[in-house]
Design a protein around this ligand. Structure first.
Ligand code: SAM
Length: 326
């Protein structure tokens, strides 16, 4: 056995920062991995420097940014001079309408991140550029008061870290329209595909959006009784495998859990317990990547679903064994 570790000297240096900000060609600054990073590794955990709830928050609707100017200015004024300088150093894209107007608002609009029903500005995370096939996922931990950015796949040392600024189940042109507010043309690995491959990717993203919507209304575990119902359940189970394959092919990690959950339920409705269990467990394990201690309702639900399906699978095996023994 290799015992060289015994003779090597070890010193505990704590957990080193796994990223650095440096110029990214054509994109201003970017964030790069300073060592290999594995799926689930936390890259950045950062409290907001500015954080407030706009008065008129409506889920899924763009913020009426003009209404928040006063609140933003007051939050900014309350910062120390050092913090103010940090905020003002962030990238600002001025829309033609903003012209040379409100620099602070342009900075906020170019960098703010949604934190539940409020908005936050995170100076370090603000250096992460956009990709429509990002290698990180992120969430706001209200518990910790931090934005957590974690790897959703293996990342090589020196690779650029990307997040997504927009919903991704739309074709290239629609995504680009959303990104216009940030003032850049996206050249990520999904947008830079040649015409044929990009059309395929566009089609896939639109099909996936439709499939998610269609399955959403059928997420119940009850097994259909009729012959027609059973046949439909079988077909849905097959379609759900395709959903999983397409989402993995497209590399849209933010949608993996949802796809595994659907595939688990669709196979349960078809009484196909083995794949149902394996998909539920895959969903649970993917959920744990972002939620190491299984605290969130979503993780707990997938854990309970996995346990439920294991029991069903067991019952099924026992029934079959008994039938066999008759
Ligand atoms: C949140 S900031 C990201 C960090 C920024 N590059 C900087 O230097 O501070 C958003 C801005 O970065 C640039 N950017 C982000 N993603 C990009 C991409 N994929 N291609 C080109 N520019 C991008 C755009 O100028 C955008 O307005």
């Amino acid at each position: 056995a290799d015992s060289s570790w015994l003779t090597r000297s070890h010193s505990c240096v704590g957990s080193p920062q796994v990223w650095e900000a440096r110029p990214s060609p054509g994109k201003g600054l970017g964030v790069y991995a300073t060592r290999t990073i594995e799926p689930g590794d936390i890259i950045l955990s950062e409290p907001p420097i500015i954080h407030f709830a706009p008065s008129e928050f409506r889920d899924g609707v763009a913020y009426p940014l003009n209404d928040i100017t006063a609140t933003l200015q007051a939050s900014f004024d309350a910062l120390s001079p050092g913090e103010q300088a940090q905020v003002m150093s962030l990238h600002a894209y001025m829309t033609p309408a903003e012209k040379a107007g409100d620099q602070l608002m342009a900075i906020f609009r170019s960098n703010a991140y949604t934190t539940g029903d409020s908005l936050g500005l995170f100076p370090k995370g603000s250096r992460i550029n956009h990709s429509c096939r990002p290698n990180t996922s992120q969430y706001w931990s209200a518990n910790l008061g931090r934005r957590i950015v974690y790897a959703n796949r293996h990342i090589e040392e020196g690779e650029e870290i990307y997040a997504s600024y927009i919903p991704l189940l739309h074709p290239h042109e629609a995504r680009q329209r959303r990104l216009d507010q940030y003032g850049f043309k996206c050249t990520c690995s999904a947008c830079a595909l040649d015409q044929g491959a990009r059309n395929a990717s566009d089609q896939r993203r639109q099909d996936l959006a439709k499939a998610f919507a269609a399955f959403e209304s059928q997420l119940t575990l009850s097994v259909p009784g009729s012959v027609v119902g059973k046949r439909k359940a079988r077909k849905n189970a097959e379609a759900s495998i395709q959903l999983v394959e397409e989402i993995e092919k497209e590399g849209l990690a933010d949608y993996y859990i949802k796809a595994y959950h659907i595939a688990a339920v669709m196979h349960a409705r078809a009484e196909d317990w083995k794949p149902a269990t394996l998909f539920a467990n895959k969903g649970y394990e993917t959920s744990l990547l972002a939620d190491h201690n299984a605290r969130s309702a979503g993780t707990k639900e997938l854990q309970a679903l996995t346990n439920h399906l294991i029991n069903k699978w067991n019952d099924h095996l026992r029934d079959k064994a008994m039938e066999h023994g008759k």
